[in-house]
Every structure is written in structure tokens, then in C-alpha cells.
Design a protein around this ligand. Structure first.
Ligand code: AHG
Ligand code: MN
Ligand code: MN
Length: 325
């Protein structure tokens, strides 16, 4: 039984140049995961369901649990002296951590609660995190390939923490009786091709023609790419991408004709999930560019996302770029 605490300390010892900052940040993230898992577990009994009546920077309805999960991360990281600034889906402006203003060299990007429309129906949810070093000029907008850590917590039948710091993908499962995450998967490798296609086909009429054709192709199947794909879609990006991490296949959230950048957010959805998926041998793409190569312009910027098994993603890229089908 290797606990997350032990795993992080071991890694720190084998890299003598590590300052302990990574351990401190991962410990804080794990604590947030445990606190949020507890809230989700009791939400129906503690009056935490429903919405707050406000909208966030993306114009989406904020749920009580979105706000609460965001508060949990802020409260925990206010005790950090290494994270200088927190950027969250639920906060329009970057949030400065007072305690870390002199010492902090990291920026934390967060989707505190992903898939929050699942809250009221007891379906899976997630938290997504991404850590960057603050640049010499104080800049926090860096390409995804420069992430120090990327990962997520998945609140499903059990609570999982999956992360990478560039040395493969590690998965931990929460033993809630003990209150500790234990290693349950290391060196995870995504199959090069898969059978699953995870996409909200309810949006089909809004996509550009080339994207409609690709998804139609997956639905009809029967040629060199094999039989038609199995559809899986939970409405929680973390849960859908996690399924693909283990089973292979594709998750797509395309841009729309009237909204070319789509719905998902680069810094705290697409980039950290692409870091995890690439570390497992897969790929994250906009259809034109590798997600991890994009230079962000704004903290809350959206991007189209095609992510999963490498050959499947490359196939979609070729179709969209007018290559062979
Ligand atoms: P969030 O709850 O953080 O706003 O994210 C919701 C995202 C993602 O989790 C999911 O895959 C997608 O939105 C679902 O959107 P649709 O309902 O448009 O399919
Ligand atoms: Mn989300
Ligand atoms: Mn969210």
C-alpha cells in the first residue's frame, strides 16, 4: 500500500534538487479532493444542491457546489507559501495568495467542479488542476507543455486522484475510512486506438460540415477504421476522458460555426487533461494544433478539444484538414 504522501516524499528524495514545493502543492490538492468528496457525498442531506442565482465569467449558471468547491481550494491554498496566484473558472480575476507574495513561484489553474450539471442527479464530477511556474516577468500565461503538474480528481463510485509531473501518469484511490489516497495505477498507457467516441451529438447542427462528417463516419463505421464506435457521454469531461485514458478512443468538444473556440477552457480543462493523456501516450488537439503547444492569450480562453488515443486523434486531424479519410 503506497500512500500519496509516501509516493510524493519518495519522489522528492530521488530528486535532490526538489525543494518540497511540489509535495506541498500535491498535499494541498489531495486535501481539497477529500473535502470536496465529502461535500458531494453529503450534498443532498446538507442543502447544497441547486444554483446560487449568479453566473460566472463564462456566462454559465453557478451551482452552490461550484462556489463551495472554489472556496475549498482558495481556503486551503491561502495557507500555501508556494502558490502565488490562483486562476479559477469561478473567479473572473486571478486571486493573489497573500502569504506567498514574497516566496511563491507557482500559479495554480483550476476547474474546481467539472461537470457540475451532474450535481443534482448524483452522476460523476471532477476537479481539474494545472500548475505553472510564474515567469520571470510575472507572467502566468504559458503553453501547456510547460506545466509542472497537471491532473484531476474524479468523484465517481470512488474518488480518484490522477496526476502527472512529466514522468508518466499516476493514479490514486481514496480510502475514505482512512482519509488517504493510495496508489492504484502507475505508468498508465492509453491504447493507440479505441472503440469509444465521447461527444455531445445534440450539438451536431452547430458544427462545421467537416466535423459533422467525421462524427457521422464514426457512427456509421464499416471501413478501414473498423466497425462503428460505441457512444459514451456523461456530461463530465473528467469522467469521459478518464474512461478513454483506460479504454482508448476519443473525446470531442468541437468548436461551433457561431462559436469557433467551443466551450471548454484551455488553461484548466484542455491543457491539464492533454498533459495527462500525452504522458499516457495519447494526444490532445484543437484539430489544427497540439493543445500543449498553444500560447494562451487570456486566462479564461476557450479551445476546441479532440483528445484520446493518438491514432484516433490524428485521424480526426487529417479529416478536418482535408486529408485522406
Ligand atoms: P463545467 O461544469 O466545469 O462548466 O464543465 C462542463 C463541461 C464538461 O465537463 C462537459 O464535458 C461539458 O461541459 C458538457 O457540456 P454539454 O452539456 O454542452 O455537452
Ligand atoms: Mn469543466
Ligand atoms: Mn467547473
Amino acid at each position: 500500500m503506497i500512500s500519496l504522501t509516501r509516493h510524493i516524499l519518495d519522489r522528492q528524495q530521488s530528486h535532490p534538487d526538489h525543494t518540497g514545493a511540489l509535495s506541498a502543492m500535491m498535499t494541498h490538492i489531495a486535501l481539497c479532493g477529500k473535502l470536496i468528496a465529502r461535500d458531494l457525498n453529503q450534498a443532498g442531506l446538507s442543502g447544497l444542491l441547486g444554483t446560487t442565482g449568479t453566473t460566472n465569467v463564462h456566462g454559465e449558471q453557478v451551482r452552490t457546489l461550484d462556489e463551495r468547491a472554489n472556496r475549498t481550494f482558495v481556503d486551503v491554498f491561502e495557507e500555501s507559501d508556494v502558490v502565488r496566484v490562483v486562476v479559477s473558472e469561478e473567479m473572473e480575476e486571478p486571486f493573489a495568495i497573500k502569504r506567498a507574495q514574497g516566496s511563491g513561484t507557482y500559479a495554480l489553474f483550476l476547474d474546481p467542479l467539472d461537470g457540475s450539471s451532474n450535481v443534482d442527479v448524483n452522476a460523476p464530477l471532477g476537479s481539474i488542476f494545472s500548475i505553472h511556474r510564474v515567469g520571470a516577468s510575472g507572467s502566468i500565461l504559458k503553453a501547456g507543455r510547460e506545466q509542472v503538474v497537471g491532473g484531476y480528481v474524479l468523484y465517481g463510485a470512488s474518488t480518484l486522484l490522477v496526476y502527472t509531473c512529466g514522468d508518466g501518469v499516476h493514479q490514486f484511490t481514496l480510502d475514505s475510512a482512512v482519509g488517504e489516497f493510495f496508489l492504484s495505477g502507475s505508468g498508465i498507457h492509453i491504447p493507440p486506438r479505441g472503440k469509444i467516441c465521447s461527444v455531445n451529438t445534440g450539438n451536431q447542427s452547430k458544427w462545421p460540415g467537416a466535423m459533422r462528417k467525421v462524427v457521422e463516419h464514426f457512427q456509421m463505421g464499416g471501413d478501414e477504421t473498423g466497425p462503428s464506435r460505441t457512444a459514451r457521454y456523461s456530461g463530465c469531461l473528467v469522467a469521459d476522458v478518464h474512461r478513454i485514458l483506460w479504454k482508448g478512443g476519443l473525446y470531442l468538444y468541437p468548436g461551433e460555426v457561431k462559436k469557433p473556440a467551443g466551450k471548454l477552457r484551455l488553461m484548466y480543462e484542455a491543457a491539464p487533461l492533454s498533459f495527462v493523456v500525452e504522458q499516457a501516450g495519447g494526444l490532445g488537439s484543437t484539430g489544427e494544433e497540439r493543445i500543449l503547444s498553444l500560447q494562451p492569450r487570456m486566462p479564461h480562453q476557450c479551445v476546441p478539444l479532440i483528445i484520446g488515443s493518438r491514432e484516433d486523434v490524428e485521424f480526426v486531424e487529417q479529416c478536418l484538414q482535408g486529408g485522406s479519410r
